[in-house]
Design a protein around this ligand. Structure first.
Ligand SMILES: NC(=O)C1=CN([C@@H]2O[C@H](COP(=O)(O)OP(=O)(O)OC[C@H]3O[C@@H](n4cnc5c(N)ncnc54)[C@H](O)[C@@H]3O)[C@@H](O)[C@H]2O)C=CC1
Ligand SMILES: O=C(O)C(=O)[C@H](O)COP(=O)(O)O
Length: 384
């Protein structure tokens, strides 16, 4: 086999450890060249110049025809992320390019971010004597169901809505019920659009379309179903919420809103930011474990593509972690001290210049983020 050239987003954790000749099972004559580039700088010209075999990305690189139409070298694209809305998978399949993402990699990190945000803004919910609060979860996949598990461990009630899954003890309500009857509503959805129907009535399938589209699922109409007391948390994708409608809603209701993702990310207006209870720069999944798991999953997928056995496990790279959920859940009041989410919020607000947080400042906060640790549960493992 020839040498392997990899273009990789420099924000992927532990690139050196996972993507070298030994870890990729290459023999001594074969070289592995890893070219690190900021995710937003991976473009068609670079791919034409470098002719890589493999592209490793995160969420800020759009993979589509305009990136790849002049390139014949790429055979594998791995995204070390859960979300896939930035990837035209149909186009990759047509080009016979293998695609892998890191489903579930940061499900604990994001669920832990949500629990921390709730207990930071409403510490009273940590008290055992409280009447149980109701957490509304929209989207009950890996993250939503993990959040439901934590919420249940804390004695909270769950109202959940996921039209693509069968009903269950957590998938137990309509969208209207979740929005109108919850103390907290947390969104855990992919970003999808509605299917277009062409003039013949046939459905034209484009990328990331759904019978239950999520773009602007939270809009003026759905916000109006929520009591002003209900906190809204979005750590899914920004465009799931109509930002203009959200600003109008907060002006009218003074709702507590927590955003980790923004409709116009990486830019955020000061006007929106000033209305939010907590705002963070898309770091809900940024724990050491979450990021390493993302790398591990695409490494495993690349090994499969190369028909070699993976030899590296992220457990070999993780420092000891003694934070145990079994202990923390007995003292939920210490969770906001375990992860100081207000510090992340302050760092984002400190970047406001001329009425906005600019894209490069938002990206810099993410690039330089000091990765948190997950608290450990018996559910934690690499294969999620
Ligand atoms: N802020 C961050 O750092 C991170 C954000 N994410 C975002 O979180 C999203 C969810 O992640 P996972 O739970 O791991 O994905 P998942 O694919 O395991 O679950 C998503 C669930 O949403 C459901 N769903 C789809 N459309 C729906 C609709 N209209 N209404 C209700 N439910 C709907 C699906 O049936 C599925 O069960 C990702 O797609 C990604 O965009 C993921 C990781 C980190
Ligand atoms: O996994 C996802 O999906 C995410 O949203 C990522 O955690 C976001 O991180 P980047 O890929 O933008 O570094």
């Amino acid at each position: 086999m020839k040498n392997l050239t990899i273009v990789a987003d420099s924000n992927i954790a532990s690139l050196d450890e996972f993507f070298n000749p030994v870890a990729l099972g290459q023999n001594t004559e074969q070289q592995v060249q890893v070219i690190r580039v900021a995710g937003r700088d991976i473009n068609a010209q670079l791919l034409a110049d470098v002719q890589p075999d493999v592209l490793l990305i995160r969420s800020v690189t759009s993979i589509n025809e305009s990136l790849l139409s002049d390139n014949n070298s790429v055979k594998f694209v791995g995204s070390a992320t859960i979300g896939t809305d930035h990837v035209d998978q149909k186009y990759l399949a047509e080009r016979n390019i293998t695609f892998a993402n890191a489903a579930g990699c940061s499900k604990h990190s994001v669920a832990q971010y949500v629990v921390t945000a709730i207990l930071t803004l409403r510490p009273q919910y940590g008290a055992k004597s409280m009447t149980p609060l109701t957490v509304g979860i929209i989207g009950l996949g890996n993250i939503g169901s993990t959040l439901a598990q934590y919420a249940s461990d804390l004695g909270w009630k769950i109202l959940g809505y996921d039209p693509l899954l069968t009903t269950s003890d957590i998938n137990n309500a309509s969208l209207e019920q979740v929005l109108s009857q919850s103390d907290i509503v947390s969104l855990h959805l992919p970003l999808t659009d509605k299917k277009d129907t062409d003039t013949q009535g046939a459905v034209s399938i484009s990328n990331n379309v759904s019978d239950y589209p999520t773009r602007h699922l939270i809009n003026a109409e759905t916000l109006a179903l929520m009591s002003p007391h209900t906190m809204l948390i979005n750590s899914a994708r920004g465009p799931v919420i109509d930002a203009a409608a959200l600003e109008a809603d907060i002006d009218a209701t003074e709702r507590q809103v927590v955003l980790d993702v923004f409709e116009h990310e990486p830019q955020i207006s000061e006007s929106l930011l000033s209305k939010l209870a907590i705002a963070t720069p898309h770091i809900a999944g940024y724990t050491l474990e979450g990021k390493l798991r993302g790398t591990q999953i695409i490494y495993d997928a690349l090994c499969e593509k190369l028909a070699v056995l993976p030899v590296l496990s992220m457990q070999q790279l993780l420092p000891l972690n003694t934070y145990l959920w079994s202990e923390l859940k007995e003292n939920p009041d210490i969770l906001p001290k375990f992860y100081d989410i207000k510090k992340d919020d302050a760092a984002l607000r400190s970047k406001i210049k001329s009425g906005k947080v600019k894209g490069p400042d938002f990206d810099q906060l993410r690039r330089d983020y000091h990765l948190r640790r997950e608290w450990q549960t018996s559910m934690v493992n690499v294969t999620v």
